[in-house]
Design a binder for this molecule. Structure first.
Ligand code: FAD
Ligand code: MLT
Ligand code: ZN
Length: 483
């Protein structure tokens, strides 16, 4: 796969035999065993059409017990497995590298309980995020995370990638919102950590290891999550700035003026907006003239008049201070939706435009756009560099768009981007994870000792290394600990 770590199939993994397939049929029935080539092709290919596996078997368990029996058998036979949710991951983590069995959680989609006072939801891992939001919406609540992939990603996949998204600024990360998990380990042991308590200091908080574990430590089968109340009033403004300094100032001002009602502060540069306008049907520029930078600022609160007053004060101050040069506030939810469509659709537009190299970086806010300019200077005319992201969280999505994947182009991007990030003590993966794309880059953001500790956890929980091999940990570290 383009831009991925070069690895060879680990010969210690067994090859799938007909008798294995028969055994899986006994566990999950005919319906849960998929060998159809067109279904396999979809499951073997990632969302960007960049990473391709060659698995011959897709399993769709319906219960935790079935997941446990599958893994126990795979572990005893040394068959490698890739856990898969909605397959919307952006680092090649959700598809096989070689012939790993695909274990898709999509059939485990029941809501198990919802507490209408606390807002605590307990559900199976295969529930689609948008369906959960609709369900809790009927009870007056909302999910604490929102992302462009909400229509297909699963809560188990969100937990396993520790997905951030568009509301992290307001509700915080899944490390805080997930209250409990049920997880199946590589040897089939079911670990019940499915608490529904806000506070529980009885020893080590083990569930945290699986939040962002990317399917390498266990398979998440159930999730308990805290949902905040759905508030009555939402406003969305689409603002234009001429320089990056103004975007930073606007963020400072938004925090000061909007305080607790600020629910998103998103950044789009002009090339990213052009990408969306060019490739997404039905989109149009929200503003009459062109500018260098755009901000999508959302407020969510409980009192419409009060929220409007705060937003107006912020917009007035921003205009007066010269932070924004133009802007518009959505007049209704349709218009608000059209602003969000642009922001959330940039990833899709980039895939439509051709090959894309994606970098998802956490950097100090002051350096957020400097890396974009430096990469543009480094690449010259070789490719188009577009940037967008969660400015409020210091998370820039730096994307390089080219007609096709090209090793020479990649050599100009990497290690340049990773070295730049490490030099400002940033993270080479703010929210997408490491998957198959970035194990070799882990050392830019983690010390040797920390990587060693990660290897230790992997060895403890999955001694044969059958869960999502070739992902997350660097190749030498992963193989030295297996078997
Ligand atoms: P998959 O893609 O299927 O899997 C992702 C990883 O989790 C893989 O390593 C897989 O092995 C593992 N996994 C999946 N399910 C389980 C399970 N039950 N148990 C154990 N391991 C499992 N991410 C953000 O953080 N913020 C964003 O704003 C954001 N926006 C996105 C927008 C678009 C349009 C797209 C396509 C992706 C976006 N993403 C974003 C990427 C993000 O990681 C995923 O969308 C989502 O969290 C993955 O969920 P999924 O169910 O599709 O998981
Ligand atoms: C986003 O914020 O749009 C997502 O993380 C997806 C992407 O980076 O393309
Ligand atoms: Zn993002």
């Amino acid at each position: 796969s383009p831009g991925a770590t070069k690895v060879f199939r680990d010969p210690r993994f067994a090859k799938l035999e007909e008798s294995d397939v028969q055994h899986f049929q006994e566990i999950v029935g005919d319906k849960g065993v998929i060998v159809d080539s067109s279904e396999l092709e979809v499951a073997n290919t990632d969302w960007m059409n960049k990473y391709h596996g060659q698995s011959q078997l897709l399993l769709r368990p319906q219960t935790t017990q079935q997941v446990a029996e599958i893994l126990k058998f795979c572990n005893s036979r040394c068959l490698a497995v890739v856990p898969q949710g909605g397959n919307t991951g952006l680092v090649g983590g959700s598809v096989p590298v070689f012939d790993e069995i695909i274990l898709n959680l999509g059939a485990m989609k029941s809501i198990l309980s919802f507490d209408e006072v606390s807002g605590i939801l307990v559900c199976e891992a295969g529930c689609i995020l948008e369906n959960l939001d609709t369900f809790v919406g009927t009870k007056g609540f909302t999910m604490p995370l929102d992302l462009g992939a909400k229509g297909s990603c699963q809560i188990g996949g969100n937990v396993s990638t520790n997905a951030g998204g568009l509301r992290l600024l307001r509700y915080g990360s899944l490390h805080g919102n997930v209250l409990g998990l049920e997880v199946v380990l590589a040897n089939g042991t079911v670990v019940d950590m499915l608490g529904t308590l806000r506070k529980d200091n009885t020893g080590y908080d083990l569930k945290q290891l699986f939040i962002g574990g990317e399917g390498t430590l266990g398979v998440v089968t159930k999730v308990s999550i805290l949902t905040p109340p759905k508030l009555a009033s939402t406003n969305v403004a689409f603002l234009a700035c001429e320089d990056y300094e103004s975007c930073q100032n606007a963020l400072k001002e938004a925090k000061k003026q909007l305080g607790e009602i600020l629910s998103a502060f998103e950044f789009i540069d002009r090339p990213a907006l052009d990408m969306a306008l060019c490739h997404l049907e039905g989109t149009r520029d929200p503003l009459p003239s062109k500018h260098n930078f755009y901000l999508l600022v959302e407020t969510t609160g409980s009192n419409e008049a009060h929220d409007k007053e705060k937003l107006d004060a912020f917009l007035e101050a921003g205009m007066e201070l010269g932070y924004f040069v133009d802007g518009t506030v959505a007049q209704d939810s349709t218009q608000a939706g059209s602003f969000w469509e642009i922001r959330e659709g940039i990833s899709e537009a980039l895939v439509k435009a051709g090959a894309v190299y994606k970098y998802d970086l956490s950097v100090p806010i002051k350096s957020f756009y400097r890396i974009v300019e430096d990469l543009r200077a480094q690449l010259g005319n070789a490719a188009v560099v577009v940037a967008y992201g969660h400015l409020g969280d210091g998370n820039v999505h730096l994307n390089v768009s080219a007609p096709k994947y090209d090793e020479q182009l990649l050599a100009k991007i990497e290690p340049f981007v990773y070295e730049w990030t490490a030099a400002c003590k940033g993270s080479v993966s703010a929210e997408h994870g490491l998957g198959f794309m970035k194990p070799h880059a882990l050392h830019y953001s983690k010390s040797e000792e920390a990587i060693h500790l990660m290897e230790g956890f992997k060895k403890l929980l999955d001694p044969k290394g059958i869960l999502n091999p070739y992902k997350v940990l660097p190749a030498c570290a992963a193989t030295s600990t297996c078997f």
